[in-house]
Design a binder for this molecule. Structure first.
Ligand SMILES: Nc1ncnc2c1ncn2[C@@H]1O[C@H](COP(=O)(O)OP(=O)(O)OP(=O)(O)O)[C@@H](O)[C@H]1O
Length: 241
């Protein structure tokens, strides 16, 4: 897994919104096909790190190397803003190709085939003609994954995608991520649901302004009794929930 060139390389990155740093000297590398979960207490800099990786923020120090055209992104509460928009599920997924639903009329049949494929990958074919607002929160998040898949990403980044989704839908959602990973997609998932994803991921990254732990799932499980009390003030994964 670690062979070859890393396609995401974050080297000694520091960032602050004002004078104070919220991220200090952060380094990490992701290799093709890896599934990494990023955890950390509230305000530890997880979303900030994601925004730096996506190029939405610019670090003050350090370097980030990544081919951004090969990154798909599913934001926290992704449905905000679009949920009331009168677009169908199919149209929202299609907008992943062009970024704007208004441009859909320019899409050729090859693109629409891609839309059907993406809908199939996330198990939403039967909902394709429904309005987005008529789907549950969990289904809507799957629509956003399908939209992100339209750019044929190498890496899918998700920032707390299951906030506000019920337990059963969460399970289905993580099952979908597991399947996409098994199909070869690399995933960087920000989540508090460590207990639910720990058996699916390859690596765990614990952030608290700096990197607190970064290693394989096996290493994490071996060391969690020492790691978790310091990071979250709890002693088992289950108590983070
Ligand atoms: N736009 C902003 N301007 C100023 N400070 C910010 C801004 N966004 C975030 N911060 C601060 O930066 C720090 C890191 O925030 P960030 O959202 O990256 O943390 P997080 O780990 O994602 O938190 P959570 O788990 O609560 O989502 C926090 O102290 C936060 O208050």
């Amino acid at each position: 897994m670690m062979n070859g060139q890393a396609f995401l390389q974050v080297e000694n990155v520091s960032f602050g919104y004002g004078k104070q740093y919220v991220l200090k000297d952060v380094s990490l590398s992701m290799y093709s096909g890896e599934y990494t979960v990023l955890i950390g207490p509230n305000g530890s800099g997880k979303s900030t790190l994601i925004k730096l990786i996506l190029g939405l923020l610019q670090q003050q120090d350090g370097q980030i190397q990544i081919q951004r055209s090969r990154v798909g992104y599913v934001a926290q509460q992704a449905n905000r803003g679009l949920a009331d928009f009168p677009a169908t599920v199919r149209e929202v997924v299609a907008s992943g190709s062009y970024g704007q639903i208004g441009l859909l009329r320019w899409m050729g049949s090859k693109h629409w085939q891609g839309v059907e494929r993406a809908l199939d990958q996330v198990g939403l074919t039967e909902f394709a003609s429904r309005k987005l607002s008529q789907l549950s929160g969990g289904q809507q998040q799957r629509v956003y994954i399908a939209r992100a898949l339209m750019s044929n990403p190498q890496l899918l980044i998700l920032d707390e995608p299951t906030v506000g989704i019920d337990v059963q839908a969460k399970e289905q959602f993580y099952q979908l991520l597991k399947q996409l990973h098994q199909q070869g997609l690399s995933i960087l998932l920000v989540s508090h649901d460590l207990d639910e994803v720990i058996s699916d991921v390859d690596r765990v990254l614990c952030l608290n302004q700096s990197i607190y732990f970064y290693g394989s799932t096996q290493e994490f499980l071996r060391e969690q009794k020492e790691l978790l009390p310091n990071l979250f003030g709890v002693s088992t994964i289950r108590s983070i929930l």
